[in-house]
Design a protein around this ligand. Structure first.
Ligand code: ZN
Length: 410
């Protein structure tokens, strides 16, 4: 890459501040909450982006997934193409859908109306995942304005259903249109990261969510001798499960924390009154397990340790998986996409990027399962899914430069 070309692109991006705000405003006002969360879906937002990108002269293809729950019966999955010197592609995959605003009383302004306060842009979706949409669009816009042909063909994927399982989004693309992707492509997923822009996510832990149901015998609290208290048994089961950390104690410095974790989380309501001993208790365990371990083995040990503790109280225990996602193979730390991002981050931010593993659950896992090395990266405010979600204009400009740098890589 010629240094002066990148300098021109970076300077050009600096002139897009108002364009970025305007684009964020248009995106925020098009509610794209998915139907699983009771929303209208991504159709309107996708139509807006398709028009915009076609207006820029780009070819935009749609690979919709059937879904009778939304108007028109389809969830859109757009790919906009900017042809490069080579057929080999740089993908940037962003998602169109957003999570619901949650309790609107916790917002200082309407979540679906962009609010600008100096460097901060507020609204539902501004970070997750308009940050990815806007940075990739602006990087392409700069190349178009300057008449620069990128080295690799740039493919911007704008997909549905990231927040509710990906079946109508990336999974659909990989299943029904696998020819789109090649292991030689660079695949960037701007959907998570760190506040200093140095975290490149290349690996994930396996996710295992378990429901633990204890059955005992309900009775009056004044006669515990007549019942079998599942609340007390559950407390002992939770303590017994601390043993899991010792049994699955491997460490991998790629991950933060470097160990597998086994956290009791949700607890269902049992009895409504204080003077009844509960005869049934249900709680959940969220396990994030290093790729070295089989989830079947973890389930076995949860049941054995839990049963042993419950038995002392004459209480039975049932363990059922709620979600079971074995981790995908990691993207190598020296994969071309990781190295290209690291060089770009060094150039733009003057910082050294860290390839790392995270606790699981990014859309990149589906690429990795399909043998496609993908890297998750962006500079975040860590306000995704929260009230008063915001994105920094300065992060958007910086990250657009990073993406442009990747587009221009030789
Ligand atoms: Zn997201």
């Amino acid at each position: 890459m010629k240094k002066e070309i990148f300098t021109q692109v970076a300077a050009r991006l600096e002139t897009y501040r108002q364009q970025i705000i305007d684009l964020q405003r248009e995106l925020v006002k098009r509610n794209a909450v998915g139907p699983d969360h009771g929303g209208p879906g991504e159709v309107e937002k996708a139509a807006f982006l398709k028009d915009l990108l076609q207006g820029w002269g780009l070819q935009v293809d749609n690979y919709p997934a059937r879904d009778e729950r939304v108007a028109g019966g389809e969830r859109p999955n757009l790919v906009a193409w900017l042809p490069g010197r080579r057929e080999q592609k740089v993908w940037v995959l962003s998602h169109l859908d957003v999570v619901p605003p949650g309790d609107e009383a916790l917002w200082d302004s309407d979540p679906f109306v962009l609010r600008v306060e100096e460097d901060r842009l507020y609204g539902r979706g501004v970070e997750d995942d308009h940050h990815g949409i806007v940075t990739s669009l602006m990087a392409v816009r700069a190349l178009l304005d300057l008449g620069i042909t990128p080295e690799r063909t740039v493919a911007l994927a704008l997909v549905s259903d990231e927040e509710t399982g990906n079946e109508k989004g990336l999974i659909h693309l990989l299943r029904s249109h696998p020819h789109l992707f090649s292991p030689a492509d660079l695949i960037v997923v701007p959907d998570a990261g760190s506040t200093d822009g140095t975290l490149i996510d290349v690996a994930e832990k396996s996710i295992l969510w378990l429901r633990l149901t204890l059955e005992g015998k309900q009775c009056h609290a004044s006669r515990p001798d007549l019942g079998r208290n599942t609340m007390r048994a559950a407390a002992h089961v939770i303590v017994a499960l601390e043993e899991l950390a010792q049994e699955f104690s491997l460490e991998n410095p790629l991950f933060r924390p470097p160990v597998s974790t086994f956290e009791p989380t949700k607890k269902e309501a049992n009895v409504p009154n204080i003077n009844t001993i509960p005869g049934r208790d249900v709680f959940y365990l969220d396990c994030r397990v290093l790729p070295d371990y089989e989830l079947a083995r973890v389930k076995e040990r949860v049941l054995a340790l839990g049963e042993e503790a419950a038995r002392r109280f004459g209480v039975s225990l049932q363990v059922e998986p709620v979600q079971e996602l074995p981790s995908a193979p990691s993207t190598p730390q020296d994969a071309p996409v990781v190295l290209a991002l690291a060089r770009a981050i060094r150039e733009v931010y003057g910082r050294e990027a860290q390839p790392r593993g995270i606790g699981g659950g990014t859309v990149a896992a589906f690429f990795r399962q399909a043998g496609l090395p993908a890297a998750v990266w962006m500079t975040v405010t860590q306000t995704a899914h929260q009230p008063n979600e915001f994105s920094l204009l300065s992060n958007i400009l910086g990250d657009a430069r990073v993406l442009a740098h990747v587009f221009l890589e030789d």
